[in-house]
Write a protein that binds this ligand. Structure first.
Ligand SMILES: NC(=O)c1ccc[n+]([C@@H]2O[C@H](COP(=O)([O-])OP(=O)(O)OC[C@H]3O[C@@H](n4cnc5c(N)ncnc54)[C@H](O)[C@@H]3O)[C@@H](O)[C@H]2O)c1
Length: 336
């Protein structure tokens, strides 16, 4: 089986490729990345044919006989989508349409699209259940919602089996430590190993649904099998069905490291202050939206994916965090 993975040097895709190498050694993988957010070091040791390219030019690349696409390339950080919404729609929506068009031209029948649980940002009833029409506010989830709609239409018209995986908060080794606004666990580990006091923007009691990266990889491998062949788009929540607070995560990391982690708390509406252009424009970003996003609760209804695949994302948070910690320790020891 030949699989094209976009965003190969990203956090999620590099794990998916590693997992595919390990458990499906007969799978041939082609990876594409333009390193806009990815890191070359994530590709070390992976077995793949790698193309450094922008997927906006997918039509110009010599790629044939693909059996499946795993499309992960996107602009993922929320504030960066707000700062440049036009680019965000180009990258997250238009490039997804380009990928769908490309695969129908090369005769590929399976498309796994990494969507997001951020679609449920305005939900008030939990756990959040898959449905087609969802009310979004921020640019990032809106681009993903639009991409899902486009992909559904395309899949039904051209007979493609598409799966939109609505990922809740993924975590695992190799998560980004350094981007302007890293994901929480990457950020806490970076602070821990560099003796910095983490700057947090809430009381830490808000909780989210976290999923260990290998649990996602198991589901992706399963969905690549021929038995998942419905010629439409199937949206699946990828969550653990458990919500964990920021304070619980800090406590777990403190236990693993053997210290109490001190943090500095700041007002929630300052969370995106590293992006001043959002506030200096004539119509500035509504700060209440940032407060709401920071303090958002999330919990996935996971019955659909569990019934479909028989797989449950059930890695215990402490165990998953220990793996992240061990990776970060080795990483920062090498740097220092
Ligand atoms: N990590 C999470 O918790 C999470 C949660 C929900 C959804 N997602 C989705 O999963 C996907 C992967 O997330 P991630 O955390 O690995 O993000 P990431 O930023 O680590 O990976 C994305 C990769 O895509 C590459 N890329 C971006 N635009 C490209 C382009 N035009 N051409 C080629 N390569 C390009 C980047 O360089 C990067 O390596 C994204 O689509 C994201 O929206 C992630």
């Amino acid at each position: 089986m030949k699989i094209l993975v976009t965003g190969a040097a990203g956090f999620v895709a590099s794990h998916l490729i590693e997992y595919l190498n390990k458990f499906k050694s007969n799978y041939e993988i082609i990876g594409i990345d333009n390193f806009s957010y990815g890191y070359r070091e994530r590709l070390v040791g992976l077995n793949l044919d790698f193309l450094e390219a922008d997927i906006k030019n997918i039509d110009q690349l010599e790629i044939n006989n693909i059996d499946a696409v795993i499309h992960t390339a996107a602009i993922a950080p929320l504030p960066e989508n707000e700062v440049n919404p036009v680019l965000s729609y180009e990258q997250n929506l238009l490039n997804t349409v380009k990928m769908a068009d490309f695969i129908s031209k090369v005769g590929c029948k399976k498309f796994i699209f990494l969507s997001t649980g951020a679609l449920y940002e305005n939900d008030l009833n939990f756990p959040s259940k898959e449905r087609d029409h969802i009310y979004t506010s921020l640019v990032y989830p809106t681009t993903k919602m639009c991409a899902e709609h486009a992909l559904r239409a395309y899949s039904e018209t051209y007979g493609i089996s598409s799966y939109a995986l609505r990922l809740f908060n993924m975590y695992g080794p190799r998560q980004d430590f350094f981007r302007k606004q890293p994901p929480l666990i990457g950020y806490l580990l970076k602070c821990l190993f560099n003796n910095e006091i983490p700057q947090l923007y809430s009381d830490g009691e808000q909780s989210r649904d976290y999923v260990y990266i290998n649990d996602l990889a198991e589901i992706v491998i399963e969905l690549l099998s021929n038995k998942y062949n419905k010629k439409t788009l199937t949206a699946l929540n990828i969550g653990s069905g458990v919500s964990t607070s920021v304070n619980e995560i800090i406590n777990y990391l403190g236990l693993i490291h053997g210290i109490k982690i001190d943090v500095q708390r700041n007002p929630s509406d300052l969370f995106w202050q590293k992006y001043p252009q959002l506030f200096t424009r004539k119509n500035p970003l509504n700060k209440n939206i940032i407060k709401k996003e920071v303090n958002k609760y999330s919990l996935a209804d996971i019955s659909k994916v569990t019934e479909l695949t028989g797989i449950k994302c059930d890695t215990e948070m402490y165990q998953g965090l220990k793996k992240c910690y061990d990776y970060a320790k080795e990483y920062f020891e090498k740097c220092n």
